[in-house]
Design a protein around this ligand. Structure first.
Ligand code: AMP
Ligand code: ZN
Length: 470
């Protein structure tokens, strides 16, 4: 294990440069990650962001930091309200289905759970309190339509994250300012007054019935679970403006303290040169991909394998390449296990030590995963050659195997022998998980029989499906 004081450098969107990472409190990292809007299944573009955050979390843990991660669930906004109305369900029942689906999906992708998953609707009082504080301090105003807005004119550093040209921004938006009750069209809503499109969704507030704006959620919930100042805030690059810019303005104006010290943003998952997005209709959910016979592990590897700041183009042939790469890892792990038997690990051979050093140096360099994986595959090549030549004896094999398992605490993609469920059974299990999430009990039962025919018994527990070899 590397000592916590080893240098890690990360790219901070605030400075647009690489900075050495130093936490506010020694040995501890407080991390806020913007979570899903639960009105539909998340698509794999969203999961690129969550897999990147998982890699960050795992690397920080590897380095010995104690990580406290918060990921919010946006369960009230225009899309969730519209979706619940179209489905003829209450907002709560509608979003509960997609919250469950989200947790199923992150398990399928082997994403480590965050410490807190606060839902917006459980934190309305905290948001009202925060807005009240902004009103008292003169940063917010209640408009004629009973909505409350943040006045960006009162906050001179507005634009520091997105590196906005404030003068340009103001003159640009003034043109359409008449359409709004806002003092400045760039002001953003902290509280949205109820209108008939909101149906039954409304909460009482000092400014009348309504609901919170999206940005205030993340300020209120990060503050509650991580304090006014914390270490790292992440999201996809589309979150930089306005969402994260607005979070900074609200939080720093209310607290008079710096908000997040480091801002890390991942590039988009693309399809044919365009961002994968629900609005563009060019998206795949994880379930779409599993239904085509790929596994969560393969999708994870594909999303993980490119540097987080580089755009990644999604194709099925790259998923096939992920499958091949994983197969190579599995084969090597199997060879090591056979060669090691029950012998205790000895020192690592020199070539493995060198690869270990390269892996760690790469990850410390702003999570340079491509270089880290190159070190891992070099170790596979060297290891296979040594096994072929008979120069890697049992204790050395055990040590190399241990190194790979240590790496896998970061990567989360290596098949452990005791998890060796055959791919066809795994696939059926994934399908059955989706069938159960959709309450398709008939399909769930027929999948159980198919799994039994392959020699495995599936049991449903409160934690999900478990398998026993029949
Ligand atoms: P949303 O549910 O749209 O708020 O998005 C949730 C998270 O997914 C945010 O951090 C977004 O920045 C991120 N995201 C959305 N689309 C993509 C994409 N195509 N590639 C990477 N991240 C994305
Ligand atoms: Zn957020």
């Amino acid at each position: 294990m590397t000592a916590p004081h080893q240098p890690l450098r990360v790219h901070n969107t605030l400075s647009r440069s690489l900075e050495p990472f130093t936490p506010l409190e020694e040995g501890r990292v407080r991390l806020y990650t913007c979570g899903p809007t639960v009105y539909n299944f998340a698509h794999i573009g969203n999961f690129r962001a969550y897999v990147f955050e998982d890699l960050l979390r795992r690397w920080l843990t590897f380095k010995g930091f104690q990580v406290t991660q918060v990921m919010n669930l946006t369960d009230v906004d225009d899309k969730t309200i519209r979706g619940s109305q179209e489905a003829g369900k209450s907002l709560e029942a509608f979003t509960a289905d997609y919250k469950r689906a989200f947790f199923d999906d992150i398990r399928t992708l082997n994403i480590e759970p965050a410490e807190f998953y606060p839902a917006a609707t459980d934190h309305i009082p905290e948001m009202i309190q925060l807005i009240s504080r902004l009103m008292e301090k003169g940063y917010a105003y209640s408009a004629a339509d009973a909505s409350v807005y943040f006045s960006i004119d009162k906050w001179p550093s507005y634009g520091k994250l997105a590196h906005l040209d404030r003068d340009g921004m103001r003159s640009g938006v003034r043109i359409c300012a008449d359409e709004y009750d806002k003092e400045n069209a760039a002001d953003f809503a902290l509280w949205k007054a109820w209108d008939e499109k909101d149906g039954a969704v409304a909460w009482d507030s000092p400014w009348g019935r309504g609901r919170p704006g999206w940005h205030i959620e993340c300020s209120a919930m990060s503050m509650k679970y991580l304090g006014p100042s914390f270490d790292i805030h992440t999201g996809g690059v589309d979150n930089i403006f306005p969402h994260h810019e607005d979070e900074i303005a609200q939080s720093e104006a209310a607290n008079g303290k710096p908000f997040a010290a480091y801002w890390l943003h991942c590039a988009h998952l693309m399809v044919d040169g365009q961002k994968m997005a629900k609005s563009k209709g060019n998206f795949y959910t994880l379930r779409d991909i599993l239904a085509r016979g790929y596994t969560g592990r393969e999708v994870r590897y594909e999303l993980l394998g490119a540097h987080y700041r580089a755009p990644l183009n999604f194709t099925f042939s790259s998923l096939d390449a992920a499958r091949t790469a994983l197969h190579r890892m599995d084969e090597f792990m199997m060879r090591l296990a056979e060669a090691a038997g029950s012998v205790a690990p000895a020192h690592l051979p020199d070539w493995a030590n060198a690869c270990a050093g390269r892996f760690e140096a790469a990850m410390d360099d702003d999570l340079n995963i491509s270089a880290a994986l190159a070190a891992l595959f070099d170790a596979i090549r060297e290891g296979n050659a040594a096994l072929d030549a008979g120069t890697l004896e049992a204790a050395g094999s055990a040590a190399v195997r241990e190194l790979f398992l240590r790496w896998d605490a970061v990567l989360g993609v290596i098949e452990k022998p005791d998890e060796a469920i055959p791919p066809d059974v795994r696939e059926l299990l994934d399908l059955r998980r989706s069938a159960r999430a959709e309450k398709n009990w008939a399909l769930s039962d027929s999948l159980r029989h198919e799994i039994a025919a392959l020699g495995w018994m599936v049991k449903d527990t409160p934690k999900g499906q478990t398998l026993i070899k029949a």
